[in-house]
Design a protein around this ligand. Structure first.
Ligand code: CU
Length: 120
């Protein structure tokens, strides 16, 4: 009986590892190349959640908030001093020109939604 439980436990762990590996693989970084990038805000994730850009490049991000929960209400770009309120069912444009290469996080006000802006 305890062997069965161990096998089940191992299978469950393998499934969890596989799930995380697969879900991170399924989200390639979105490269900014002049045009606007649409970011869907839904089910606790920004999609895409990783944005890449070059330093000094002006980024136009269009947040499409589909999640009506108050959690998704704001997007905050840490270190860049930018935050916006996102109305539900609308696209909110955020324009940024990061000048220094680095990794900048953007999150909701409670940091449940997580995004990363990589500046080269
Ligand atoms: Cu939140």
């Amino acid at each position: 009986m305890s062997l069965l439980i161990n096998v089940t436990g191992l299978a469950l762990m393998a499934l969890i590892v596989w799930w995380f590996w697969l879900s991170s693989k399924g989200r390639p970084a979105k490269r900014a190349s002049g045009g606007a990038i649409d970011i869907v805000v839904e089910d606790g994730v920004y999609e895409p959640s990783v944005i890449e850009a070059d330093a000094g490049e002006t980024l136009t991000l269009r947040f499409d908030r589909r999640d009506p929960s108050p959690c998704a209400e704001q997007v905050v770009f840490h270190k860049l001093d930018v935050s916006r309120t996102l109305p539900v069912g609308e696209k909110t444009t955020v324009t940024l020109t990061p000048k220094t290469p680095g990794t900048y996080r953007f999150t909701c006000q409670m940091q449940m939604y997580q995004g990363t802006l990589i500046v080269h």
